[in-house]
Design a protein around this ligand. Structure first.
Ligand code: SGN
Ligand code: CA
Length: 520
């Protein structure tokens, strides 16, 4: 072989052996994150409930992940998992009663060490002081929709620890993020910013721009709105998160200006915001008071009010995703920035007759997850492999060219994003939920495993099991756990569950709740 051929072959081999890296060596990372955003309400996922053009842009220009599973479907635990790349039993944050140990290793700290500027704006919900961020402004606890308050490094731990800002929370969080991006960061260093919305979390208060959306429209009801919870373990029947449980005043906005709830709410609004709100609800509320629906009709009414308010809050999230994408375009940063959209978990939009999350059933196990990485990720790609919020930390480190610590439990998604998925990618996933009764919504503790086709769930304090076949029973209405026909998949999943629990070093005892009272 002539010498130049040899050289060419050697060069090609060397290039192939290089780790996959971005078009740009140290791209910026914008992590757009929302709270309780169901994939069913991102139009890129094709459910037809609403239209989210800006979030969809990330799917069009990047990759849509169809099986992004969370390790523990609850706010605090999901955030702790994302920061650490570890399950709850390793990062110590099991339920919303936990307190995050900010002394431990997190991906923002490692990025900081590698020269990235790091910022966090919005919902935090991990109780302890944020660590690993050059700049942060967080909502105390759950935060509020109108006149949101913020706690900063200067006020944390002091009395008062928060300052209120006028406006609607989703807009204000974005204003602050854009301000940091435009004015406060050092333009010569790469950055990572986490923009973490409160929306569309309960009590689903719409912003003035969208409070009248969907008025007069009937949103289709999910097929399982009237689930009777038969053919399953007792957990589903025991849970107190039914559409019928929604409170008419706080959750469903049936208050007047004179009611205590109305007084509390309107006190936080300016004149224009209040006028938009009153105009949007007045007529329907009056109709309800004149002839209150009952029985199934009341559940239908509650579903319509809930889903519309939920979708209205989603529209503001979408608008604000658009503002950030526009900024990246205008600042010439779009090509050198990886943009991620995700939520802390999924959410029930009336499926199983529920709102909220927590269960290992699909709608709360799965979170929307979209990634745009120009020059690396093929626009419009769709990925069906099982990925997880457990993989986010590893991915961000890998994107930045920082070595992934061996004690992180997930895996970098960079090869998948770059179009060369490893052959030994995970084919099963372990889930574990700890915040059992008497905590809010009374969802029994459980762990389980899924391979994307079958799902095995163990409610270990109830001593009950469920097995679902997602192909024949996509709505997860009939457990086939005891059925002889399913002995083979059951055995396979039982073995896989034992293998994963041992590999992940899951402790056999649940931890005692660390703090008194929920972290609501
Ligand atoms: C609040 C909500 C619950 C919700 C939890 C946890 N109740 O307590 O419905 O499950 O937050 O949500 S509310 O009446 O106070 O709104 S999480 O996303 O923070 O985990
Ligand atoms: Ca949440």
């Amino acid at each position: 072989m002539p010498l130049y051929h040899c050289l060419a072959v050697l060069l090609l081999a060397a290039v192939a052996a290089l780790p996959v890296r971005g078009a740009q060596d140290r791209p910026n990372i914008v992590f757009l994150f929302s709270d309780d955003h169901a994939y069913q309400s991102v139009s890129a996922y094709g459910h037809g409930l609403n239209v989210t053009p800006h979030i969809d842009r990330l799917a069009k220009e990047g990759m849509r992940f169809d099986r992004c599973y969370v390790t523990n479907s609850l706010c605090g635990p999901s955030r702790a998992c994302i920061l650490t790349g570890k399950y709850s039993h390793k990062n110590g944050f099991y339920s919303n009663r936990s307190r995050f140990d900010g002394g431990q290793q997190t991906f923002p700290k490692l990025l900081q060490k590698a020269g990235y500027q790091t910022a966090l704006i919005g919902k935090w919900h991990l109780v302890s002081r944020p660590t690993g961020f050059d700049h942060w402004e967080i909502l105390p606890g759950q935060g509020r929709y109108y006149s949101p308050q913020f706690t900063t490094a200067e006020t944390f731990g002091k009395k008062p620890d928060r300052v209120a800002e006028p406006g609607y929370v989703t807009d204000v969080i974005t204003d602050k993020a854009l301000h940091w991006l435009r004015e406060q960061r050092d333009a010569d260093r790469p950055f990572m910013i986490m923009i973490q919305h409160k929306s569309p979390h309960r009590e689903w208060s719409p912003g003035p721009e969208h409070v009248a959306d969907f008025t007069g429209v009937k949103i289709p009801e999910p097929a399982t709105l009237f689930d009777d919870y038969a053919n399953r373990a007792d957990a589903a029947r025991m849970a107190t998160m039914r559409i019928s449980d929604l409170r008419l005043d706080t959750d469903l906005k049936l208050f007047t200006e004179e009611d205590p709830r109305g007084k509390r709410m309107f006190r936080l609004m300016d004149g224009e915001q209040k006028a938009a709100w009153v105009a949007a609800y007045e007529e329907e509320n009056e109709e309800f008071r004149n002839s209150p629906p009952e029985g199934e009709e009341l559940i239908r009414w509650k579903y319509q009010r809930f889903i519309k308010d939920y979708l209205r809050t989603v529209q503001s999230v979408d608008d604000n995703v658009g503002r950030v994408l526009d900024y990246l375009d205008q600042a010439g940063l779009a090509d050198s920035t990886v943009v991620v959209y995700a939520s802390d978990q999924g959410f029930y939009l009336g499926e199983h007759g529920w709102f909220d999350k927590r269960f290992m059933y699909e709608q709360s196990l799965r979170t929307p997850f979209l990634v745009r990485w120009p020059g690396v990720t093929k626009p419009g790609s769709i990925e069906g492999r099982i990925v997880s919020n457990l993989d986010f930390a590893e991915t961000f480190l890998d994107v930045a060219g920082v070595e992934v610590p061996a004690d992180m439990q997930g895996r970098s998604l960079v090869p998948i994003l770059a179009g060369s998925p490893p052959e030994d990618w995970r084919t099963s996933f372990y889930y574990h939920y700890y915040e059992g009764p008497p905590a809010e919504h009374a969802v029994a503790e459980h762990y389980g495993v899924t391979d994307g086709r079958y799902k095995l769930i163990h409610y270990y304090k109830l001593g009950q099991w469920e097995l679902f076949d997602l192909v024949t029973d996509p709505h997860e209405m009939n457990s086939v756990y005891g059925q002889p026909d399913y002995a083979a998949p059951r055995q396979r999943l039982e073995e896989e569950l034992a293998r994963l629990r041992s590999e992940l070093e899951v402790t056999s005892d649940d931890p005692p709740p660390r703090r008194k009272g929920a972290n609501g």
